[in-house]
Design a protein around this ligand. Structure first.
Ligand code: SF4
Length: 347
């Protein structure tokens, strides 16, 4: 078991390194060090949790059905990519990975309250059910992003590392030892070792939490009804062409919506800054353009701003020079590592 786990961790670390090498973002190496440090903590905490992996990143599709009338939509189908389907004993579980900057160690923190009504796991559980693979349990697998960054070291601390060749019990490379002769700041290798120590030994519960998500059959049926209603609303909006803007959403998530230039009249969807996507759900590998497929992200986008939904999922445009935002990149690289880790526990 231990040898397998070591392989799991090494595979995950290698996947992170590959993702970083493939990325041109200026902070890619730092993000990679964060993900590597965190994965060491994740591995230590969960390696013996007892799950066997059945599927990693499984794309699931189904018809959109009205649960009251059993009618199948003539327009829309539903889809989603389920992070992990695992089993423990004879219980099948959907495990959904999340990253956040919010507090997750307090069970009553607002983060958890919001997740009680979050539709994402209901969407996945419904998809599995419609495919004849009803699951017994749903689990949020949440990781809080590190609050610590590479720090300055005193002369004495640097001398101690050079002398012992170790930092937080990890053997340092010659490159790090040489860098300490001229640089006062931790190298990324040192930062990774300190972060791994923090999330492994000092504060694992600050960084990692897993919580079951209760969803009864009647709740899934209620969600199926809501999904049908959303489909109807999208159809009505499509037919009327009234894609109402929501100015309250323009600065959500701490930065300007990427369509602000268009909505404020400074840009046009057909300018040379934009291109049409071949398939509007960039996170899924679907046949066709995907415009008649409902996902949880799409429903959330529609609820947030109808104009944004139109530009993203109906017109289907994206910026040609779109830079990957750092928070998104962190989530992407973390997922690469996690997926590789889970693959080593295949049943
Ligand atoms: S698409 Fe919606 S959220 Fe985005 S800028 Fe326009 S009105 Fe604001």
């Amino acid at each position: 078991m231990i040898a397998q786990t070591n392989k799991a961790l090494q595979g995950a670390l290698d996947a992170i390194d590959l993702a970083v090498a493939d990325c041109r973002h200026e902070n890619a190496a730092l993000i990679g060090a964060k993900c590597r440090g965190m994965l060491r903590g994740y591995d230590r905490l969960y390696r013996n949790a007892g799950y066997e992996t059945l599927h990693v990143e499984r794309l699931v599709t189904a018809d959109l059905i009205n649960p009251e009338t059993q009618r199948t939509s003539r327009t829309f189908s539903i889809a989603g990519k389920i992070d992990i389907i695992a089993q423990m004993g004879n219980r099948r579980t959907i495990i959904d990975h999340k990253t956040t900057s919010e507090d997750i160690s307090d069970p009553n923190a607002p983060y958890w309250r919001q997740l009680v009504i979050e539709g994402q796991v209901s969407h996945y559980a419904l998809l599995a059910w419609l495919n004849g693979e009803k699951v017994d349990d749903l689990v949020w697998d949440v990781m809080r992003k590190p609050g610590i960054s590479p720090k300055k070291l005193s002369k004495a601390d640097r001398a101690a590392v050079v002398s012992s060749r170790k930092y937080f019990d990890v053997e340092m490379s010659t490159e790090t030892l040489e860098a300490l002769q001229v640089d006062e700041r931790e190298t990324l290798e040192m930062y990774e070792a300190r972060l791994a120590h923090d999330c492994t030994t000092e504060r694992p519960q600050w960084y990692f939490q897993r919580r079951p998500v209760p969803r009864m059959d009647n709740e899934l049926l209620e969600y199926a009804g809501e999904l049908w209603d959303h489909g109807q609303e999208i159809l009505n909006t499509r037919n009327s062409g009234r894609n109402v803007r929501n100015s309250g959403a323009c600065m959500m998530y701490g930065s300007a919506c990427k369509f602000l230039g268009i909505c404020s009249g400074y840009d046009q969807p057909d300018s040379d800054k934009w291109q049409r996507k071949q398939q509007v759900h960039s996170e899924l590998e679907l046949a066709g353009d995907g415009k008649d497929v409902l996902t949880n992200s799409r429903i959330r986008c529609f609820q947030t701003c109808k104009k944004k939904h139109y530009l993203t999922y109906e017109l289907g445009i994206e910026r040609i020079d779109e830079e990957e935002r750092e928070a998104l990149l962190f989530g992407t690289i973390w997922h690469f590592g996690l997926n590789e880790w889970w693959r080593f526990f295949h049943a």
